[in-house]
Design a protein around this ligand. Structure first.
Ligand SMILES: [Zn+2]
Length: 201
């Protein structure tokens, strides 16, 4: 009796210990769900991959999410999220924007980090590198985009010292730049702090 009681206690402690290290799942979609029923040319779809990633979120817990991106940057994305985790750089969530029926503004309002999006550049008709899965937007509320007097998302606040904010010296920007990515923060037309892209033609 004592022995079985002890075994039960050990099992419960083990379960509590395991759940402590189970990531909180923000996104676990299949590929079709990640595309979200949008009409996207086959030539683009064939190039996309759904990458499972883990990260520290702002609640101090490890979360699991997904980045939909081009197969050409899967290695970069995996290495990037390893680095984010190792350096405790917080990511609010990483969920394909099909969660918000493809609405980039809804994804941004939720401070969500995402890759593929079927849309043009903000305030322009120019195709975005997001359309090829070759761009990622990070923590939009901490890293808003500025276009003249407008900002996106509207409640975004830029404080370069706040956790989750990109800067020239942040390991995220340094790693991706070393792999040929460009950061949008210092562009002339839009200062897009959340945006990094890799222009592979
Ligand atoms: Zn972007």
């Amino acid at each position: 009796m004592i022995r079985s009681g002890l075994a039960l206690v050990l099992i419960l402690v083990g379960l509590a210990f395991a759940s402590e290290f189970e990531p909180i799942v923000d996104s676990r979609m299949n590929f079709e769900e990640a595309l979200g029923g949008q009409i996207i040319p086959d030539s683009i779809q064939l190039e996309l991959r759904l990458v499972t990633v883990q990260y520290w979120s702002f609640d101090g817990h490890i979360h699991e999410g997904q980045i939909l991106c081009s197969r050409l940057v899967v290695n970069d994305v995996e290495d990037l999220f390893e680095l984010l985790k190792r350096t405790h750089f917080p990511i609010r969530s990483a969920i394909p924007i099909s969660r918000w029926y493809g609405s980039d503004s809804a994804s941004m309002a939720n401070d969500n980090t995402s890759g593929f999006a079927w849309r043009t550049m903000w305030g322009s008709d120019t195709p975005s590198w997001h359309m090829k899965g070759l761009a990622i937007d990070f923590n939009p509320r901490e890293n808003p985009a500025f276009h003249h007097s407008r900002r996106s998302p509207p409640d975004g606040t830029l404080d370069p010292k706040a956790p989750g904010t990109l800067s020239d010296n942040s390991p995220v920007v340094r790693l991706l730049r070393s792999r040929g990515w460009k950061w949008g923060a210092h562009w002339r037309r839009v200062q897009d702090w959340q945006h990094m892209e890799k222009q592979i033609r």
